[in-house]
Write a protein that binds this ligand. Structure first.
Ligand code: PBG
Length: 339
């Protein structure tokens, strides 16, 4: 190795790397990358009804909850020192433009109000802002065919995105997280919020979100599977040049994003690191998505891997790559120290 001021001269037997590893006390002292509950965000799915806890088959331990059950849940979570919860709404009725999402008495608005009522400022409430859970076609916005094939109409969708942001804001969300990968969504949200005296409400952009097979189990949980086609005309191509993620982040920051996200996490650690290095002053989140969760759960159920070790190692890797904030379905288990 070339001589470098950060690595003083010396080699074996003068230097022995294992001296830092023999004694657990020393080992712990030199640890840098630690995962703490206050930097974890826990996703929750809310649906209409009463007394409902519907387990998601492909995500053991994850349920869709009715609002009353959600309130019971957050009353437990509020004392665990979590960074926050991320709410997804699943409406009773879906239609072509996802209108439940833009109503002040829609599922997400009701859920946010009930949760904030129960937890006050003891737990941060983040809302996922998208349309795929609310549309009958399962796409993340309004459709048209002006490009010659049916696709999400970018600019028409911006209008309802702005409306949805105001619904979340009025309901009392602490942080709004738009996940649709619609061009201009951050600007549309920011100006709607600013024009309605929500200029202090921050936005976490799902800035570099890839069209990923790892979202499969989530679509069961959120009942948001596209009824035709896929999301490749709006979410990023995993095979695109890696630096495309930097353009996405830069644009969202220019439109007023306060924090940005890379998603999924495990297969995109290089992207997390790149964004972290290029935008060191920007809070960076990573989403440890449903498929990443289900794979570990499935292998652990078979006794093939040790869930606790693998989860802690994975979250450590995501942090080490540069994500300060991690959204993960294991947040509660970590905070309760049961894995
Ligand atoms: C879109 C959204 C998705 C996820 C979070 N927000 C699904 C998608 O883009 O298809 C995926 C999260 C996960 O897989 O855990 N509203």
């Amino acid at each position: 190795m070339q001589q470098n001021a950060d690595f003083p001269a010396g080699k074996f037997p003068v230097v022995r790397m294992r001296r830092l590893r023999y004694n657990p006390l020393v080992r712990n002292l030199v640890q840098e990358t630690v995962v703490t509950p206050d930097k974890l965000i826990y996703p929750l799915f809310v649906r209409p009804g009463q007394g409902i806890r519907t387990p998601i088959g492909s995500m053991p331990g994850v349920c869709q909850l009715s609002i009353d059950e959600l309130v019971r849940e957050v009353n437990i979570l509020k004392d665990l020192g979590l960074g926050g919860i991320l709410l997804f709404g699943i409406p009773e009725e879906k239609d072509a433009c996802g209108s439940d999402a833009t109503k002040d008495n829609g599922i997400i608005a009701q859920a946010v109000r009930a949760v904030k009522d129960a937890v006050q400022d003891k737990l941060m409430v983040v809302t996922d802002l998208c349309f795929c859970e609310y549309t009958d076609h399962g796409h993340c916005g309004i459709l048209n065919d002006h490009t010659g094939h049916v696709d999400v109409d970018n600019d028409a969708t911006l209008r309802i995105i702005a409306e949805q942001a105001l619904v979340h804001a009025r309901a009392g969300a602490d942080l709004i997280a738009p996940s649709g990968m619609i061009d201009g969504m951050i600007g549309a949200i920011r100006s709607a919020l600013d024009q309605n005296r929500f200029e202090h409400l921050p936005v976490l952009s799902y800035a570099a979100k890839y069209a990923s097979g790892f979202y499969g189990p989530f679509r069961e949980a959120a009942e948001s599977t596209p009824q035709f086609g896929d999301r490749r005309s709006y979410q990023m191509d995993p095979a695109a040049v890696a630096e495309q993620a930097l353009r996405e982040v830069e644009l969202d920051l220019a439109e007023g994003a306060d924090m940005v996200m890379v998603k999924p996490a495990m297969a995109y650690l290089d992207v997390i690191r790149m964004v972290h290095e290029h935008f060191p002053g920007v809070p960076l989140a990573a989403y440890n998505v449903s498929g990443e969760y289900s794979m570990v759960k499935a292998a652990a159920e078979r006794g093939w891997i040790d869930e606790s070790r693998v989860v802690r190692e994975t979250l450590t890797a995501i942090r080490r790559a540069g994500a300060g904030i991690i959204i993960t379905y294991w947040a509660k288990d970590i905070a309760q120290n049961i894995i």
